[in-house]
Write a protein that binds this ligand. Structure first.
Ligand SMILES: [Zn+2]
Length: 145
């Protein structure tokens, strides 16, 4: 086997091992997160899926919670739905949920995703500019007469 092929084989083997480890770690985290969730919220889980070694998705009926481990502890964030475009996301400033009431608060609070916020802001800026132009025109007309 040529040196080139030796190198490529070694790389492919390392890649495969890395992928297997990453998948196993993600699955381990999913299992741990579900156990923690059931213990904390005293509720059975409908389904769950691993995302990566520090993130998993847990679904209970029609509610989805994202489990994350940013540090030593597992945190739970309600997956929210944008009131404008219906995209599902976790807001940047989301609070870690530690009770059913925390999840209930998230579900009862309308929220808008970053994309829609940006669009709304651009629209507001445009409206303000149009208002200013309109007022200036009025003032100009008053001054002229
Ligand atoms: Zn949106």
């Amino acid at each position: 086997m040529s040196f080139r092929n030796h190198c490529i084989n070694a790389y492919e083997l390392a890649e495969r091992k890395w992928k297997e480890t990453a998948e196993k770690d993600a699955e381990d985290f999913r299992r741990e997160a579900v156990k923690r969730f059931k213990g904390m919220f005293k509720t059975p889980v409908t389904s769950s899926s691993p995302i990566n070694r520090r993130t998993a998705e847990i679904t209970i009926d029609d509610v989805t919670v994202i489990a994350q481990r940013p540090g030593a502890f597992i945190e739970f964030y309600t997956l929210r739905e944008c009131s404008e475009c219906r995209d599902r996301f976790v807001p940047q400033n989301a609070n870690n949920c530690v009770s059913l009431s925390d999840i209930g608060r998230d579900l009862s609070t309308p929220t808008v995703c970053d994309n829609c916020l940006k669009t709304m802001h651009q629209h507001e800026t445009k409206v303000t500019e149009e208002t200013i132009t309109e007022k200036l025109r009025e003032i100009f007309e008053i001054v002229q007469h």
